[in-house]
Every structure is written in C-alpha cells, then in structure tokens.
Ligand binder design. Structure first.
Ligand SMILES: C[S@@+](CC[C@H](N)C(=O)[O-])C[C@H]1O[C@@H](n2cnc3c(N)ncnc32)[C@H](O)[C@@H]1O
Length: 218
C-alpha cells in the first residue's frame, strides 16, 4: 500500500471509510485500470472534513488528472463555490472535461491547461483553499505562487509529502528518487517555519501537509 503507515492501519481505515458515490467509484475503477494516480480514500475523507469546516468559496487545485479529487471536493461544497484546477497532460484534461460535463459541473469547475509553473503567474484571483497534488519535486515552486494567492485564514493542503516514507528515512530512499525526496524535505521544513503560517504534517495516505495562513497576515 505505502510505507507511511503499516498496511493493517491503512486497511482498517479504508474499511471504515464510507463508500463513495457511483460516479466517484467509476472514476476509481478507471484510475486503477489505467494507472492514474488519484487521492487515497482516507485522504479524500480528510479533505471532505476540511472543506465542511472551512467552507471555502474559491478553490484552487494543482494536478487535475481525471478530475476525481475536484469532483470529490465538489460534493462537500455548498452555496456559491468554484474550483479552478491546473493540469498539463492533454489526455487527462480531455478525460477530466468529460467527467465534469457528465456531472453537470463544467461551469463551476474550470481547468487551466498547461504547466502550472507557467500558468500560475497569470492567476490573480484569491483563493480560500489550495490543494497541491502535482509533481512533488515542484512543490516549493507551486508554494511560492500559492502563498500569495491564498486569502488570510486560508488553507493549503499538500498531498504525498512523505512519499512512501522516503522523506522520513534515508533507509527507504531509492537512488533515482533522491532529488524529489530532498525537495520534499526542503518543502516540509520551509512550511513548518514560515512566518505567519501554521503547518501540520499528517502520516495519512502518502503523507498530507496542512498549512494555515494567519488571519492578520496580508
Ligand atoms: C497525482 S495526479 C492528480 C490527482 C488528482 N488530484 C486526483 O486526486 O484526482 C497529478 C497530476 O498532476 C499533473 N501535473 C504534474 N505536474 C504538473 C505541473 N507542473 N503542471 C500541471 N500539471 C501537473 C500530472 O499530469 C497528473 O495528472
């Protein structure tokens, strides 16, 4: 499963996690059959709780893939919300677009096509909730933009930050992943010491970091 938690812990949490809706289950099957990485059920459940507590209106996601997490988030949002999601892979974009149309959410979920490192500088709107779930080695770059676009009182959720446990232990690091691991370590140290922000790293799924921007920060 992953090296972040013992398999029996992950299995147990998954067993008690409620079933997803029919559409999400179909997307989970598609993702499994086509090797598309999507958020784990327990991480999805955490995000749902955070959205219900935080009640964001403007959400930004980096890493759409087939639109699974965007649609999962949509289920927990109420009132006047919108999701902007960034993706660079044309096949993923086409599939996500179809999935958003199928749910009738194409007007509420907007895809920004292209490499987020190039499209981020064009964003000017502020967001209440930002979900980072794209190339792990680029989180520091994404954060540079995300910080400035996040409203005071807003939250950044970053997925896969413990990367199969490698980030926490040199014994697990495989050579070809060394650069990504070092970048993730730099990212985690940075968010934990960022002035005006409070962060927490959770050993859930592949590791999730929560970063809260203080209300009085401009
Ligand atoms: C883990 S998947 C996203 C999964 C999705 N959030 C979900 O749970 O349903 C990561 C996605 O990020 C995209 N990606 C990676 N780096 C990116 C970048 N720099 N700009 C835009 N998209 C990127 C990949 O093409 C991939 O589809």
């Amino acid at each position: 499963m992953s090296s972040v938690n013992e398999d029996y812990i992950t299995s147990y949490i998954r067993d008690i996690t409620p079933e997803r809706t029919e559409q999400l289950k179909i997307l989970e099957d598609y993702a499994r059959e086509n090797n598309v990485p999507i958020i784990e059920p327990e991480v999805g459940q955490l995000i749902k709780v955070l959205l219900k507590l935080h009640k964001p209106r403007e959400i930004l996601e980096v890493g759409t893939a087939i639109g699974y997490s965007a649609l999962l988030m949509a289920e927990s949002l109420e009132g006047d919300w919108s999701i902007t999601t960034m993706e660079r892979n044309p096949q993923m974009i086409a599939r996500a677009r179809e999935n958003f149309m199928e749910s009738g959410l194409e007007d509420r979920i907007r895809i920004i096509e292209g490499d987020a490192r190039e499209t981020f500088p064009h964003l000017t709107k502020e967001y209440d909730f930002i979900f980072l779930d794209a190339a792990k080695g680029q989180y520091m770059e994404f954060l540079g933009y995300a910080k400035n676009l996040l409203r005071p009182g807003g939250l950044i959720v970053s997925d896969n930050v413990l990367y199969k446990g490698m980030v926490a232990s040199d014994d697990l690091v495989v050579r070809r992943k060394r650069t990504i691991v070092n970048r993730l370590r730099e990212f985690l140290e940075y968010i934990n010491n960022m002035q005006g922000y409070t962060s927490s790293v959770l050993p859930l799924g592949d590791g999730v970091a929560l970063t809260y921007k203080e209300e009085n920060l401009i």
